[in-house]
Design a protein around this ligand. Sequence first.
Ligand code: NDP
Length: 315
Amino acid sequence: MRLFDSMRQDGFEIPTGILSAKPSHEPDQKTASGCLSLDGRIAAQWVRQLCAEKVKSWGPAHLAVILASDDPASRIYVNHKIKAFKEAGMSSSLIEVPAGMVSESALVELICQLNDDPSVHGILVQLPLPHGISQTKIIESIRPDKDVDGFANHNVGLLHQGRLSRALLPCTPAGVVVLLGLYGVTLHGKHAVVVGRSAIVGKPMSGLLLHEDATVTIAHSKTPDLKKVCREADVLVVAAGKPELVNRDFVKSGAVVVDVGIHRTPDGKLCGDVHPDVTGVAGALTPVPGGVGPMTIAMLLLNTLRAAHLRQRGR
Ligand code: NDP
């Protein structure tokens, strides 16, 4: 896989298909209908362990997180990230800016200080930002080699040019490719359909699948007959932000389905963009929770470590 090849160049050896053989001590990952659960918790643990080993020999990798909103969900996400860094033996610092007191210029100044601080290897601004602050301006003020979310123009450009070994890649789509690779899912020559074209998930996801030699179709809210388009997919990635939009009627028999969506239902449970009934037809499915979500955090660790290592090596 192209992504694994570029990671290997940076010292991250990720073996394709290592999770495809079920270890005897683990529960059966297949449903009664034979649909394999692509377990993001196991895959993320694998990546986090790799980071924990690398940081011991490569030296420190520090992430600075800026939290500038009162959004309770943002706080939960930030806490998960900080905990994961600690568990991997990596350091992080949380800079909280009270939402009522934050201004665009103060945030840019803070980011400039972090850009110049050699002990900081990665900078993450937790989104969304308070109303009236330009997300684009804030993201673009992060130095490209510390942009561990991979959202800034420089890294977006590198991704779409296929210069993967130079880019810091967005954590969610990169996490999807790593998850599929660890489970030995072949992308080369496959027809991949991505539902969603956001800058954070859909577009970079499509770019990464293209670099893995998949034939890629991007669908969105204006796509006529979404069901028909999805039924052509060997690999279907759904990032529409619409609870259970995709059901078994959208899925070709044996297809690999990746559910990026995450929603809280009125009864407090979590669900994705994909209805669980697809297990009756799909060959494999990422569960929600426990699929793509854990991979996003694991890739943030890996990106921060990569950022530190690339800097150390002067790249
Ligand atoms: P956005 O709302 O930014 O984008 C949604 C995309 O889906 C848009 O391109 C939109 O099309 C398309 N879309 C919406 N409705 C339909 C429809 N009925 N048919 C076809 N396409 C549709 O969302 P994000 O990309 O940021 O996130 C998508 C989901 O992934 C969300 O549930 C989010 O919570 C989740 N997420 C999960 C992460 C994780 O770590 N697990 C990380 C990031 C996101 P159009 O462009 O035409 O409007």
